[in-house]
Design a protein around this ligand. Sequence first.
Ligand code: SAM
Length: 170
Amino acid sequence: MAKTQKKRKKEIETKKKKKKKNEEEEMEMQAQGARVGQEVEALRRVGVSDSVGIDLVPCPPLVIKGDFHNQPFDNDTFDFEFSNVFDHALYPHKFVAEIERTLKPDGVSVLHVALSGRPDKYSANDLFSVKPLVEMFKASKLVHIRKVDGFGLDTEVVFRKKKISKPISS
Ligand SMILES: C[S@@+](CC[C@H](N)C(=O)[O-])C[C@H]1O[C@@H](n2cnc3c(N)ncnc32)[C@H](O)[C@@H]1O
């Protein structure tokens, strides 16, 4: 390969890398019930620098104080939300409504839940099938369900918020 061609190829590759890095950096991610922020740190390490967690007990700088039933964020803020604390929700409908409110249209939410018993002694609700969860996500489409092995959580459920949300009737 001629020297100029090699140089050009390298320039294109560098541009592609920069573009990918910018796209990753522009992504906004949030985790509910993040405790010390392990999931936030993991996302930051792979390039999603605008990641933040909320918890009743803050753990700066990764986790700020917030109740997941009344998230301290504006509508349509995040591209991605992760939660492995659905079982801690005292008001599951409110928990889900807040995820859908703060996700941008087309944003993705990933939930790790337990269908085979309570993951810990602080669980506030029991989920025996994904059906009620899917019904709560009124403004989203179900993307996939798969089995996972996540510290007592056995199922991953992924939703994508619809681009044009219909008004949610109560
Ligand atoms: C099992 S821990 C999850 C820890 C973390 N997601 C992880 O994987 O390491 C549950 C967390 O949910 C938090 N939590 C419980 N109710 C909450 C609420 N209403 N709003 C925000 N966080 C809450 C608790 O303070 C606790 O840190």
